[in-house]
Write a protein that binds this ligand. Structure first.
Ligand SMILES: [Zn+2]
Length: 439
């Protein structure tokens, strides 16, 4: 069982000064550490009472050209580039304090924010990260032709196609979002705008801080910028940068493969909203039913923070109680929709015994994790002794999986005695052995 990933914040406060894009004013941004489960919050140091705004999709206000969030009458504009850098560089919790209504635009890329984060350092905290895993394909489509499809994957990947007017500047890039790749290949990609879009704004003096120093301007087939293109496909790289930033508004890390065609802030925000809606639905399903609840159980989300297993191989819905540190009971509701019933057996569905052993191993793993709490070692399932299957488990049954750690020899081996109960009868039992290896 691989150890879970932990939340991270910045090691120390670091600051960055520059020009705000829309007002042209000077702005100083300070990045501060924040406690676990805090998320990213923006703080308006220039306003009375210094209000904070959660970087959450619920607070999204506008998506024209840039992403603006707000609460009440307080706004923070152009948050997507710093959110992208924080998310991709692995910062889960931080306070972004500013003395203006938007971060310094820098060179129009996320490079200044990556530098800032590296100056502050990134440090691990002691709570597991919260993830959203895609279980079934999700998608959003907009009238402007943007399509975003989100597919199950055990990594966070983005495959993006960008296309300008009349399909000029069509570019494609597929990547896994990792800090190293982001820093090298994505963060330096600058904002680009089409001349016909910004001309009216320039005329109205709405982008006072805008210049060829912080954006690439595309006019017809010509590319205007202060320095030459940093990548031949700089535009699609910036589109990916914006997707990562806008999806940071989900408020938890996401795992899955995003296939994006002509994405923009509006469609990115639509996908973020869809993800949050699905997450809310799942949390409601995981709410306690009439099963008696013991002390300090774990809901489905918490189970998934500990176990790496996912559909169709996650065999624990939740932990209903812990009795001391070495004993607990998990629950698995068996439905006719379980994939294994398709073949085991057609017309005569019976839950395979090995899946019950797997359920026992997963519940025992949760106990081992709670006990060891280490990220440096992995537990491997070594053997199963005294395995007995006493009764068939059928669709509609709720299995109570009892696990007790009986022996841990030194630091290397652990044994667990487990049994599964349905309708107060033991349906299966086994004694499992695990070994720990350094990663
Ligand atoms: Zn952007």
């Amino acid at each position: 069982m691989p150890a879970p990933e932990f939340q991270h914040t910045v090691g120390k406060t670091a600051s960055l000064s520059g020009t705000a894009l829309h007002t042209g004013d000077k702005v100083t941004l300070r990045l501060h550490a924040a406690p676990v489960d805090h998320g990213i919050k923006f703080k308006r140091k220039d306003l009375q009472d210094e209000p904070t705004i959660d970087a959450k999709i619920e607070n999204l206000k506008t998506v024209e050209r840039a992403t603006t969030i707000g609460e009440g009458s307080v706004r923070v504009h152009t948050v997507e580039h710093i959110l992208s850098a924080l998310s991709a560089m692995g910062v889960d919790n931080a306070i972004v304090e500013m003395d203006a209504n938007e971060p310094p635009i820098g060179d129009g890329s996320a490079q200044p924010y990556v530098d800032l984060i590296k100056k502050a350092g990134v440090t691990a905290q002691d709570e597991p990260r919260k993830f959203f895993d895609v279980r079934e394909p999700m998608h959003v489509e907009s009238k402007t032709g943007a399509v975003l499809v989100f597919l199950p994957d055990n990594k966070f990947r983005i495959s993006c196609t960008q296309a300008g007017p009349n399909n000029r500047f069509t570019q494609f890039l597929s990547m896994e979002v990792t800090p190293a790749f982001f820093e090298r290949e994505i963060a330096p990609a600058r904002t680009f705008v089409y001349y016909e879009d910004v001309k009216p704004l320039m005329d109205k003096n709405l982008i006072r801080g805008g210049s060829l120093e912080n954006a690439i301007v595309v006019r017809g087939d010509a590319v205007l910028s202060k320095e030459p293109l940093r990548f031949g496909d700089e535009f699609v790289r910036h589109k990916i940068l914006d997707i990562i930033g806008d999806l940071a508004l989900v408020g938890r890390r996401i795992r899955g493969h995003i296939v994006a065609v002509k994405p923009g802030h509006a469609s990115n925000a639509d996908l973020a909203r869809l993800i949050v809606r699905e997450q809310t639905r799942r949390s409601a399903l995981a709410a306690p039913r009439t099963i008696p609840s013991g002390d300090g159980g774990l809901d489905a989300d918490q189970v998934m923070q500990i176990l790496p297993h996912r559909f169709p191989f996650l065999m624990v819905d939740r932990i209903i109680s812990f009795e001391t540190e070495t004993k607990c009971i998990g629950v698995k509701t068996v439905t006719i929709n379980e994939p294994f019933f398709q073949g085991h057996f057609p017309g005569h569905p019976v839950m395979p015994g090995v899946m019950q052993v797997e359920a026992m191993a997963q519940v025992a793993s949760i106990l081992l994790f709670k006990l060891s709490k280490t990220t440096s070692r992995i537990g491997y399932f070594m053997s199963a002794d005294g395995v007995k299957f006493r009764k068939p488990v059928l669709p509609g049954d709720t299995i109570f999986v009892h696990a007790e750690l009986t022996k841990s020899r030194g630091e290397r081996l652990a044994k667990a005695k487990c049994h599964c109960v349905v309708n107060d009868a033991i349906v299966s039992e086994a004694e499992l052995m695990f070994t720990f290896l350094d990663k």
